[in-house]
Design a protein around this ligand. Structure first.
Ligand code: SAM
Length: 263
């Protein structure tokens, strides 16, 4: 599978850190209190799985990914956890019965897939009537880091272009409403999950800059291999982030999109 972030140990550590940094934003309005069993698609290294288990102390989770490397890291991260079963998804049709789950949960997954419609149709099939789907996805066109940097724009354009060419969608977030509607879901709610950081909170700004530098650089091996960027641009980008850390003009803005809907 072609995957813009890759499956290195560094990337796996980034996923865990990402869940911690963004957790308060992602889970702010999600309610798991009535959920007995949850299906997580694209569990990666289990970083969201870990948080989900804390949100409801009795909930059982079937956690799935298409990468055995990610699942191995997830099993290690949550070793001894009896409320989770791990599954390698090998086909577009999931190995679960119809009308099985109270909730299907996906976080930062549809941006990487070529078959969003099939995934949502499987979600409808395996959800119980009245069950809910919860999706948190990217909207990369919203990314703003000021003052403008030519080098950052060049890198970010190359990153998003490569993700599109790999069959993914770096702007899938704003399409979730349409996708869920088409798949037959009801009560579809969507909202922005934005972060807006500037000099009012320098500590918060520094955390978000480090997070985004790591996220953006997680694509560098794939971009270098595809010859979309060179080492020189990578070095310039690192310097650019250093400049943002030092400057008192820096402004950061990004919004992900979260959607919740009912079967
Ligand atoms: C950016 S990671 C997010 C992991 C996790 N949800 C988190 O937030 O930490 C995306 C994950 O989706 C998995 N993935 C990609 N396509 C998939 C598919 N069609 N079905 C299931 N998992 C998929 C990848 O292997 C990867 O582990």
């Amino acid at each position: 599978m072609e995957y813009i972030h890759g499956f290195t140990e560094e990337e796996q550590a980034r996923l865990n850190e990402q869940a911690d940094v963004l957790g308060p934003i992602i889970y702010k309005d999600l309610d798991f209190s009535e959920i007995d069993n949850l299906l997580e698609i694209g569990c990666g290294t289990g970083s969201q799985t870990k948080i989900l288990l804390q949100k409801n102390q009795t909930m059982h989770i079937e956690a799935c990914d298409i990468s055995e490397t990610q699942l191995a890291a997830a099993r290690k991260n949550l070793s001894g956890e009896s409320r989770v079963n791990w599954h390698l998804l090998e086909a577009d049709t999931w190995p679960f019965e119809d009308n099985t789950f109270d909730c299907v949960f996906l976080c930062w997954v549809l941006e990487h897939v070529t078959n969003s419609a099939q995934i949502l149709s499987e979600a409808v099939r395996v959800l119980k009537n009245g069950g809910r789907i919860m999706l948190t996805e990217v909207y990369n066109r919203s990314f703003q880091l000021l003052p403008r940097s030519e080098c950052l724009e060049k890198y970010w354009d190359a990153y998003n272009q490569l993700q599109l060419e790999m069959g993914g969608d770096p702007n899938v977030g704003i399409k979730l409403g349409n996708y869920l509607f088409r798949a037959g879901f009801t009560d579809i709610q969507s909202k922005t999950l934005y972060t807006h950081n500037d000099q009012r909170d320098r500590e918060g700004l520094l955390v978000i800059l480090e997070y985004w530098e790591n996220l953006i650089l997680s694509g560098k091996d794939q971009l270098l291999e595809a010859k979309r960027i060179d080492q020189n641009l990578v070095q310039q980008l690192k310097q650019t982030f250093e400049n943002y850390r030092q400057s008192d003009e820096t402004v950061f803005f990004y919004t992900g999109i979260q959607a919740v809907a009912k079967k």
